[in-house]
Design a protein around this ligand. Structure first.
Ligand code: NDP
Length: 272
């Protein structure tokens, strides 16, 4: 049986084994998928051990996504653009590093929420690893505008420098929270503020009528950002759909079969 796993530290909370088991059952694929706690100073060795045991691929979560870039012998374009790897594929040609987080996010917005990105105004809050991974997949949908707002403006500006040429003239820009202007159709919270129940200091005016507010974090209760967005009339989405969609993309990469995500997302939601 082909073996896969997810590496992280901590890892006990990971929902990835449940998601991949559901995909395998649904598509009739024979595989196992386990959680692997890698030591903080032993990620590369843990990957090599898993390969020696016959592992075919792995997901990578906090705090190893940057280190996984170095472990990979080749990177996909989107992994290179993100500067982070969440999916490893162990092939005869070596270890391929991919990043499916960003495509997972846009799949959740476009397919699951039914909200088009093309021609829309998008506000991305945060410029850390998660934000960086979604810039290229968002630009592939040709938004009218992509504004990246971050507490440390220089980090957002560095992202704009990296991606400006791909967005078209004037499409991608950076600012601090105090400089955010206008209303947006899609507002994505890619900061880690929700982890400490903090609200990024966005003005209420950012929510256009019918706007979609998405927080990459998920949990049983809406985050403070989603509560704020609800008070200003936005449609809400948490990060659970992104989690399931990034897993579906990894599964498809490994197995060559695209799983259905709706039922898996529903089952996961009921377990929160
Ligand atoms: P990073 O540590 O790389 O980046 C954190 C970002 O949040 C930075 O832009 C930082 O700004 C900003 N930030 C932190 N605290 C605050 C605050 N109080 N107010 C405003 N901005 C703040 O984290 P990641 O990018 O890796 O992760 C971000 C979030 O995305 C996490 O909550 C994570 O759980 C979630 N995530 C969800 C996924 C999913 O599948 N649903 C996948 C990946 C991530 P500054 O630069 O100024 O420090």
């Amino acid at each position: 049986m082909d073996r896969y796993c997810v590496f992280g530290n901590p890892i006990a909370h990971s929902k990835s084994p449940d998601i991949h088991a559901a995909f395998a059952a649904q598509t009739g694929q024979q595989l196992s998928y386990e959680r692997r706690l890698a030591p903080l100073d032993g990620f590369a060795a843990a990957v090599q051990d898993f390969i020696a045991e016959g592992g075919k691929g792995a997901n990578v979560t906090v705090p190893f996504k940057l280190e996984a870039v170095k472990v990979a012998q080749a990177l996909t374009i989107r992994a290179r653009a993100a500067g982070a790897v969440n999916t490893l594929h162990f092939t005869d040609e070596g270890i391929i590093g991919d990043n499916t987080d960003g495509v997972g996010l846009v799949a959740d917005i476009v397919r699951n929420a039914g909200v088009p990105i093309t021609g829309k105004r998008v506000l991305l809050l945060g410029a850390g690893g998660a934000a960086r991974g979604v810039v290229l997949p968002i630009l592939e949908y040709r938004p009218a505008q992509l504004v990246i707002a971050n507490r440390t403006v220089a980090t957002a500006e560095a992202l704009v420098e990296q991606f400006a040429a791909l967005g078209g003239e004037g499409v991608v820009s950076a600012c601090g929270y105090a400089e955010i202007q206008g209303a947006y159709d899609i507002i994505i919270n890619a900061t880690s503020a929700s982890l400490s129940a903090e609200l990024p200091p966005v003005p209420a005016s950012v929510f256009a009528p019918e706007a979609l507010a998405l927080d990459m974090m998920y949990g049983a209760q809406p985050t403070v950002f989603l509560q704020f967005a609800a008070q200003h009339g936005a449609r809400l989405r948490d990060g659970l759909g992104m989690l399931v969609e990034q897993a579906a993309e990894a599964f498809s990469l490994w197995r060559g079969v695209q799983p259905e995500t709706a039922a898996v997302l529903k089952a996961l939601r009921e377990q929160l």
